[in-house]
Design a protein around this ligand. Structure first.
Ligand code: PEP
Ligand code: MG
Length: 568
C-alpha cells in the first residue's frame, strides 16, 4: 500500500494506465541507407496519422482554440524542408533516428535563439513532433490519454492542465500522481471534474506497472497495488457506500444553508472553466465564489486570449448561473502557473515574485483587456470581481482606478455595462489580513484565499511535500488572521467569504461559522456535505467554539476541540 494525499474524494477500483513517456535510447548499429530512408518515411507517415488521430479524439473535449496546437504540429510534420534535411543526412550516412534528432535539435535551437514568444512556440512544436517521430523510428509507443477506451485508473508523475482537459470522465475512474499537494492545480482540477484522486504518492511510478489491478482510496489517501480478493470486496463496499451517501445528499440541493438557530450563509462553488458551472448548479451552489480565470490564459496556446474570447467565457458563466452571483478573479498568473507564450523573469522565489496583481499593474495592457471583457459581460448576470494577491492599499486603489477608467471608457463608447458590480479582493497575504479593517473602507468584499494565506503565514511552499506538515489552516495563528479579515469586513458593513480549500473542509466549517464567515466557496462536490454540516450547527454555539479555538496553542488542539464539540 502506498500513502499519498487525498485530493478529490471517492473510491475507485480498476486497472492501471501508466502515463509514462518512453525513454529514448538511440540505435548504436549503423543501418543500410535505403533501409533507413524507408524507416524514416514510414515513421513520418505514422507521425502525421498519429497527430490526426489525437486531434480527432481531442475534438470531443477541447474547443477549436485548444485544438489549434494540433494544426501547428501537423504543419511541422508535413513540412517538406524538414523532410528533405533529414533525408539528406541519411543519404550522407546517418541512421534515421540520428538524422531526425540532429535536424530537429538544430531547428529548435534556431527558433529558441530568436527570443520572440511566437518562435519559442514553434520550437516547442518541433520538440513535440520530433519526439513523436523519433519514437516512431525506434518503434516506441507514446501513451495517449484521448485514446483510452476502457475504464482505468491513471498513474502519472503529475498531470498538466492540458492532460486533465483531455481526460475522458467516462473512462477515468480516478488518478494517482507521484507529486503534488491538496492545493496543487491538478488536485483542484480533479475536484472540479469530481474524479477520485490521490496526489503526492511517493514511489507510485516505480511500483505500479501498466495493467496492474489497483484500489484507489481517495477518502483516506492511499493506493493498494494488486489487492487481495478480500480487499477488493471491502473497497467495493466502501465505494458503494460513498456513492450512496453522495446520492442521499441530493435532497439538500434546493435547501438553504441555514443553521439550527436561523443564521444563513452562502455556499458557493469554485470553477476553473465555463464547463464547471454545470457542477455548481447540479450541487445547488448559491453562487460562484471563485472563477479562476488563469485557466483561460493557460489553455490558450500561442497568445493571450483576446477580449472577445474572454467576453464569451465570462458571459457563458454568468448566463449559466442564471442571475446568481459570480465572483471572477482577475488574472492570477505566476508562481507555479506559467504561460507558453509569456516569458517570466528568472526569480529565486517565484511565489514571492512577479505575479498576479503585481504583474497586472505592471502590464496594464493585459489587465485592461480582461477588465473590458468583464465589464461587457456584466449585463448578463450578477458579476463581482476581485483582485488576487493584494498586499497594500495602494495596489487595491490602483487596480480599482483602472477598472473605473475602463468602465467610463466603455460607457462613453455607448456600451452597456452593469452599475452594480462589486469590486473586492482576495485576502491571501498576511499583510492584508492584519490590516483588513483599513482595506474594508475601499473593497466591497473580501474572499480569503487560505491556500496562499497558510503558505505565506507559515513560510511553507504549498508545492513542497517535505514541508506539507505546515499546511495548518486550523492553526490558531491562521485562525487569528481569518478573524481579523472577517471582523475588518464587518466593521464596514462588508461581507467576507473564503475560497481557499479550507472553506470546503467540514472540520473547519464549525470554526469558520463561529468566526462569522458569510460565504464558503469550494469545489462543487464539497457543496452538499458542507450544507449538511452547516444545517446541523448552531451559530451561537459555534461562536463559543471559535472563541476557544483562538486561544488554543496548536492545530491538533483545535482539531480535537472541534471533534469533541461535533460529537456532543
Ligand atoms: C488561495 O490561495 O487560497 C486561492 C483560492 O487561490 P489559488 O489556490 O488559485 O492560489
Ligand atoms: Mg491564491
Amino acid at each position: 500500500m502506498l500513502k499519498g494525499i487525498a485530493a478529490s474524494s471517492g473510491v475507485a477500483i480498476g486497472k492501471a494506465y501508466k502515463l509514462e513517456q518512453p525513454l529514448i535510447v538511440m540505435k548504436d548499429v549503423k543501418g543500410e541507407t535505403e533501409a533507413e530512408l524507408k524507416i524514416f518515411k514510414d515513421a513520418i507517415s505514422k507521425t502525421i496519422s498519429d497527430i490526426e488521430k489525437v486531434k480527432e479524439r481531442a475534438a470531443k473535449n477541447l474547443s477549436s482554440e485548444e485544438l489549434a496546437i494540433f494544426d501547428a504540429h501537423l504543419m511541422m510534420a508535413n513540412d517538406p524542408e524538414y523532410h528533405s534535411q533529414i533525408e539528406e543526412m541519411i543519404k550522407n550516412g546517418s541512421n534515421a533516428d540520428e538524422a531526425a534528432k540532429s535536424v530537429s535539435d538544430m531547428m529548435i535551437a534556431m527558433f529558441e535563439s530568436m527570443g520572440d514568444a511566437y518562435f519559442k512556440e514553434r520550437a516547442a512544436d518541433i520538440k513535440d513532433v520530433s519526439y513523436r517521430l523519433i519514437c516512431n523510428i525506434l518503434g516506441l509507443t507514446i501513451p495517449d490519454l484521448t485514446a483510452i477506451d476502457e475504464e482505468v485508473i491513471i498513474i502519472a508523475e503529475d498531470l498538466t492542465p492540458s492532460d486533465t482537459a483531455q481526460l475522458n470522465k467516462q473512462y477515468t475512474l480516478g488518478f494517482c500522481t507521484e507529486i503534488g499537494g491538496r492545493t496543487s492545480h491538478s488536485a483542484i482540477m480533479a475536484r472540479s471534474l469530481e474524479i477520485p484522486a490521490v496526489v503526492g504518492t511517493t514511489g507510485v511510478m516505480e511500483t505500479v506497472k501498466n495493467g496492474d489491478m489497483l484500489v484507489l482510496d481517495a477518502i483516506e489517501g492511499h493506493l493498494i497495488v494488486n489487492p487481495s480478493e478480500e480487499e477488493v470486496k471491502e473497497y467495493s463496499a466502501k465505494r458503494d457506500t460513498y456513492k450512496a451517501e453522495k446520492e442521499a445528499l441530493k435532497v439538500l440541493v434546493n435547501e438553504k444553508s441555514v443553521t439550527t438557530d436561523g443564521h444563513e450563509v452562502d455556499i458557493a462553488g469554485n470553477i476553473g472553466t465555463p464547463k464547471d458551472v454545470a457542477g455548481v448548479v447540479a450541487n445547488g451552489g448559491e453562487a460562484v465564489g471563485l472563477y479562476r480565470t488563469e485557466f483561460l490564459y493557460m489553455d490558450s496556446t500561442d497568445d493571450f486570449p483576446t477580449e472577445d474570447e474572454q467576453f464569451e467565457a465570462y458571459k457563458a458563466v454568468l448566463e449559466g448561473m442564471n442571475g446568481k452571483k459570480v465572483v471572477v478573479r482577475t488574472l492570477d498568473i505566476g508562481g507555479d502557473k506559467k504561460l507558453n507564450y509569456f516569458t517570466f523573469p528568472e526569480e529565486m522565489n517565484p511565489f514571492l515574485g512577479y505575479r498576479a496583481i503585481r504583474l497586472c499593474l505592471d502590464r496594464t495592457d493585459i489587465f485592461r483587456t480582461q477588465l473590458r471583457a468583464l465589464l461587457r459581460a456584466s449585463v448578463y448576470g450578477k458579476l463581482a470581481i476581485m483582485f488576487p494577491m493584494i498586499a497594500t492599499i495602494k495596489e487595491f486603489k490602483d487596480a480599482k482606478a483602472i477598472f473605473e477608467e475602463e468602465k467610463a471608457k466603455l460607457v462613453s463608447e455607448g456600451v452597456a455595462v452593469s452599475d452594480t458590480i462589486e469590486v473586492g479582493m482576495m485576502v491571501e497575504i498576511p499583510a492584508s489580513a492584519v490590516l483588513a479593517d483599513k482595506f474594508a473602507e475601499y473593497a466591497d468584499f473580501f474572499s480569503i484565499g487560505t491556500n496562499d494565506l497558510v503558505q505565506y503565514s507559515m513560510a511553507a511552499d504549498r508545492m513542497s511535500q517535505k514541508v506539507s506538515y505546515l499546511y495548518q489552516p486550523l492553526n490558531p495563528s491562521v485562525l487569528r488572521l481569518i478573524k481579523s479579515a472577517i471582523d475588518g469586513a464587518h466593521a464596514h458593513g462588508k461581507w467576507c467569504g473564503m475560497c481557499g480549500e479550507m472553506a470546503g473542509d467540514t472540520l473547519a466549517a464549525p470554526v469558520l461559522l463561529g468566526l462569522g464567515l458569510d460565504e464558503f466557496s469550494m469545489s462543487a462536490s464539497s457543496i452538499l456535505p458542507a450544507r449538511k454540516m452547516i444545517r446541523s450547527l448552531s451559530k451561537a454555539e459555534m461562536e463559543k467554539l471559535a472563541e476557544e479555538a483562538l486561544n488554543k496553542e496548536t492545530m491538533e488542539e483545535v482539531v480535537e476541540l472541534v471533534k469533541n464539540t461535533l460529537n456532543k
